[in-house]
Design a protein. Structure first.
Length: 320
């Protein structure tokens, strides 16, 4: 039996190619009952706003006005397939240890692609050269902890490289960029903390039940309240000024969903200012430094001074 989305693509293609489709066509193509075929028609009409109706003259379904389903879903599905295929090429992008697991995902998505998109799929690539090695044993323990609602003992390297031991309750696993993080309730710190996979030494499952409940929304709020994965207790607002040529292409980038962009000219040059919230300064400073002399941290003064200090240290260290 074909999936509903593949049957809907068939219905749309049939109408656009032959001007009509019958229930018998859908039943034969999708290997489904007449009731299921009629539900597919209803789904197109009710959920996709397709102008599909039954024409008694031709005794078949057709469109009463122009409609392209591919404009609605085809390109999005195609780009999702390209993304999934690109991720699956590296086990650390899509942490599935068994090769056939990744192949199954790709094949199932490809099966529902319209043929015209499948034919050009090799012309689209997803490439990301930066990735972080994932310890699959740690990932397995996190899953077991979440499934069984059992605490875990986390051995974690701090920034000072010392090894700490914490009792935690895993809440969410986040892939930020190409790096992996664990959001968990830390009993030692009495609150939600974010732990980088790269700094986890090991994780042991404990025979102790979770004490906290429904912290998922709190993690989402924490992740969304400011720029970057590093979070602080206080939210500040930064203003970064971009000069040409960065001002042209940074304007199409979203660093945070509440950022405010302002464009203007200065001495005949295009200027872009971005204002956005941040919790910890390090990641935002690193992001600005990526653009070299075409990016200037303007506010607040404390953040600007940290940025300038980083520049001064690089000059003293590398310029002789």
């Amino acid at each position: 039996m074909a999936s509903q989305i593949s049957r809907i693509f068939f219905i749309d293609h049939r109408i656009r190619t032959f001007g009509k489709v019958t229930i018998k066509d859908i039943v034969f193509q999708g290997d489904v009952s007449k009731i299921t075929a009629k539900r597919d028609i209803e789904a197109m009409r009710d959920r996709m706003n397709a102008p599909i109706f039954y024409d008694r003259k031709i005794k078949a379904y057709t469109y009463n006005q122009e409609f392209r389903l591919l404009d609605f879903a085809g390109e999005q599905l195609f780009l999702f397939y390209i993304l999934a295929r690109g991720l699956a090429k590296n086990q650390y992008y899509l942490p599935l240890t068994v090769e056939y697991s990744r192949d199954i995902i790709n094949e199932r998505i490809k099966k529902i692609l319209p043929q015209e998109y499948a034919d050009i799929s090799d012309n689209f690539l997803y490439i990301n050269s930066d990735y972080e090695i994932v310890d699959f044993g740690i990932l397995k323990t996190i899953c077991e902890s979440m499934i069984n609602k059992k605490k875990s003992l986390l051995y974690y390297h701090t920034k000072s490289i010392s090894l700490t031991k914490r009792s935690i309750e895993p809440i969410k696993v986040i892939c930020y960029g190409t790096k992996w993080y664990l959001a968990a309730y830390c009993h030692n710190r009495k609150g939600i903390r974010l732990f980088s996979f790269s700094r986890i030494d090991r994780l042991e499952l404990l025979d102790e039940n979770f004490e906290q409940n429904n912290l998922s929304d709190d993690v989402d709020k924490l992740l969304n309240e400011s720029f970057g994965i590093a979070k602080g207790n206080k939210i500040n607002f930064a203003k970064i000024k971009f000069y040409e040529p960065s001002s042209y292409y940074v304007k199409n980038q979203i660093w945070h969903n509440s950022q405010i962009n302002k464009e203007y000219e200065e001495n005949g040059k295009k200027i872009l200012e971005i204002k956005l919230p941040y919790g910890m300064p390090e990641e935002l400073i690193g992001k600005a430094l990526k653009y070299g002399a075409t990016a200037e941290i303007v506010e607040p003064d404390s953040l600007r001074e940290l940025w300038l200090e980083e520049i001064r240290e690089m000059k003293e260290k590398f310029l002789i």
